[in-house]
Design a binder for this molecule. Structure first.
Ligand code: ADP
Ligand code: MG
Length: 659
């Protein structure tokens, strides 16, 4: 236990807990986030405030000032070379009696040439041998210093370490890795830069190897999990494909085939259907639902918003008309009685397909024979549905859809446990959306562009970051925009407003009016960001565009360009022109997301999965991508040949927590 380490009392224990440290194991893997390399210096050569190691002799007796019970500051004068400097050090009052004039000391600290003072972090009475000194720096919280953490870890390292090495012997030899124990000691008490580097490389590899082992196992295990076998009437599927209003693209077709294979096999499907906005994922999902229906199972399609659920519902009604398929829409606005009826029909199996929001897998819903669950815009949900389903004792096949293109680095770790189908190209005939950034003072030009589009009989989305005026934020809002648009176009065109505060009925009827071209300009907040599909809308105007991440802008832009007409995206912003220019340069979601990642980091993308096994103590999946690839290769091979191995068993002990 952590209390076994000398110097850890109750209060320290509590503080360490704040840092996520509750066991000795945690403590040992609480690695420094940075190292300072200190050299012995002559103060004459220090020009700006800088860290240094300085030898000198105490000149005057130290005086101590008690700031409060917990904080004291000691001051004394030290001679170094020809210079007299004032040294400050906190919380070392106990050293006062050792610091007698004439004592030779070495001080480690920050020198400030402006007032000729040295704020020390450490004082040594023997000559410091290990020069240059590599000093670990730890993350801290209030109440504990990096020095204190270093001391505690130092104490822990004095004991015999009980640590498990998760790197198999063959790879240890292959890569000439340091021993695990040596490596941990090196990370906390570096002896030389070279060995520190080796220790870091080894630790990163181990973290990523363990992670990839788990991912790989989950993927295999998912596959061997018993799902349903299906007998899908291929003739009927082919006939259905011929009836579609368009021919599928090559990538759509191969995705359909992959899903067909998965559904036919006994193994449980766990597949991600990835494709940029407008690539046509919906139809692939609906075909999957049809195949599932043909084999006698129910399917559920989950959307992140009600607007999107309604749109899917209408689509299905049209597509599956006359096929004897009972389709239900389950949303929050249904009356209790209506909901109850749907629940009953789901339970007795008279509903074959159901569309809705997360309510679909909520507690109240029982299915007769749920065979397929599809999650649209998966990145919006987080990753929890699978465990919800698992808890309910169902093992339907699962298909996720995501339009957020994820750079290869992230895809590998995020979707490492899934099969992935990729739709790379958009349906043929689609033109790139022309994107242009304008300043607010160029509004006249923007209005002219809009007018041109309206004259051609097309519709326009107008996006604002806020609903109503805010005192704090000087941002465009839907209320004010409505006035503006009314003034410019109100005589000839109808203008609608859509935002999150409206009731579902209001939202739905506005959306319907826009779909049927009764409304030509739809002013909205980002509620239209995901999935909405109105082909005649060929322009989107986004106000205060700098407020949005590039990926969000790309999603918003994806609302247009949904047929073979030329579409436009207008970004209005007085700021961050450079970042927004990326949008002008590319229509490729992968490029946009790469840029977004560069600028903002992985951020919210990982959602809940990031907490938990995705957090590495040292490894960074982007910076250490080459190590990740190696770990993936090695783990795949290792798992194939050593599934019964005791090391494998240890690594996979808690793997269920991941899924
Ligand atoms: P997303 O992948 O963004 O969800 P959708 O599935 O909404 O895209 O498809 C975008 C639009 O393209 C829809 O109107 C859809 O009907 C149409 N579409 C899908 N596949 C094709 C195709 N192969 N040929 C022509 N249009 C298609
Ligand atoms: Mg979609």
């Amino acid at each position: 236990m952590i209390n076994d380490v000398k110097g850890i009392g109750e209060s320290t224990k509590k503080i360490l807990q704040k840092l996520g440290i509750s066991t000795i194991q945690d403590l040992l893997s609480f690695y420094p986030f940075r190292y300072d390399v200190l050299k012995r210096t002559d103060l004459l050569y220090i020009e700006k405030e800088d860290k240094a190691i300085i030898d000198g002799m105490v000149e005057s007796t130290a005086s101590v000032y008690y700031i409060n019970k917990k904080l004291n500051k000691m001051t004394f004068r030290m001679r170094t070379g020809n210079l007299l400097v004032t040294v400050y050090i906190f919380n070392r009052a106990f050293l006062k009696n050792k610091l007698l004039p004439g004592t030779e000391i070495t001080v480690i600290g920050k020198y400030n040439p402006r007032n000729n003072s040295l704020t020390a972090t450490d004082i040594r009475f023997s000559l410091l041998e290990e020069i240059p000194k590599i000093e670990p720096v730890y993350h801290t919280v209030y109440g504990i210093s990096t020095k204190k953490i270093e001391t505690i870890i130092g104490k822990a390292l004095e004991q015999e370490l009980d640590i498990e090495d998760f790197i198999p012997q063959i790879y240890k030899e292959k890569y000439h890795f340091l021993d695990k124990e040596d490596s941990i000691r090196e990370l906390h008490k570096p002896s030389a830069i070279e060995t520190l580097k080796r220790a870091r490389a080894r630790t990163k590899y181990e973290e990523l190897f363990v992670f990839m082992m788990k991912m790989q196992y989950l993927k295999n295990n998912q596959a061997s999990k018993i799902g349903f076998t299906r007998d899908i009437d291929k003739e009927k599927v082919n006939a259905f494909l011929k009836e579609l209003p368009f021919t599928l693209t090559k990538d759509q077709m191969s995705s359909v085939k992959e899903i067909y294979e998965d559904l036919s096999k006994e193994k449980r499907m766990n597949r991600m259907l990835q494709g940029d906005v407008g690539s046509g994922k919906t139809i692939v999902a609906l075909i999957a639902m049809y195949m599932n229906f043909l084999s006698g199972y129910q399917s559920a399609l989950m959307a992140p918003t009600e607007i999107l659920a309604v749109q899917h519902y209408k689509n299905m009604k049209k597509l599956f008309a006359g096929k004897g398929i009972q389709i239900a829409l389950l949303t929050g606005k249904l009356k209790a009685k209506e909901k109850k009826d749907i629940y009953k029909e789901l339970e007795n199996g008279s509903i074959h397909m159901v569309v809705g929001t997360h309510a679909l897998i909520s507690e109240a819903v029982t299915y007769q024979n749920l065979g397929l669950v599809i999650t649209d815009e998966q990145h919006r949900f987080g990753v929890r549905q699978r465990s919800t389903l698992k808890n309910k004792g169902m093992t339907p096949d699962i298909l996720y859809m995501s339009a957020t293109p994820i750079p290869r680095t992230y895809a590998l770790t995020l979707y490492g446990d899934m099969d992935v189908s990729n739709i790379k190209t958009r349906p043929s005939g689609r033109k790139d959306i022309i994107t242009k950034v304008y300043k607010e003072k160029e509004m006249k030009q923007v209005l002219e562009k809009m007018y041109e589009e309206l004259l051609n009989g097309h519709q326009i989305y107008v996006i604002a970051p806020l609903i109503e005026e805010s005192e704090k934020l000087d941002l465009e809002n839907t209320d004010a925009l409505k006035e503006k648009m009314e003034k410019a176009f109100g005589k000839k065109y109808n203008i609608g407003v859509l935002h999150g505060k409206m009731s579902n009925e209001e939202k739905e009827s506005t959306m319907k009016a826009f779909e049927q071209n009764e409304v030509q300009i739809l002013i909205s907040t980002t509620v239209v960001e995901v999935g909405v599909d109105v082909a005649n809308a060929t322009m989107i105007v986004i106000f205060d565009a700098y407020r949005f991440g590039l990926s969000t802008l790309h999603q918003l832009r994806g609302r247009v360009g949904r047929n073979d007409l030329q579409s436009h995206c207008i970004l209005i912003s007085n700021y961050e022109k450079e970042r927004l220019h990326i949008m002008e340069q590319t229509n490729d979601g992968f490029m946009v997301s790469e840029e977004d990642f560069k600028l903002r980091g992985s951020g919210d993308l990982f959602g809940q999965k990031q907490s938990g096994d995705m957090r590495f103590a040292l490894a960074d999946i982007k910076k250490d991508f080459s190590i990740l690839l190696r770990a993936k290769e090695d783990s795949t091979l290792y798992l194939e040949n050593n599934i019964e191995d005791s090391l494998t068993k240890k690594i996979l002990e808690n793997v269920q927590n991941l899924s």
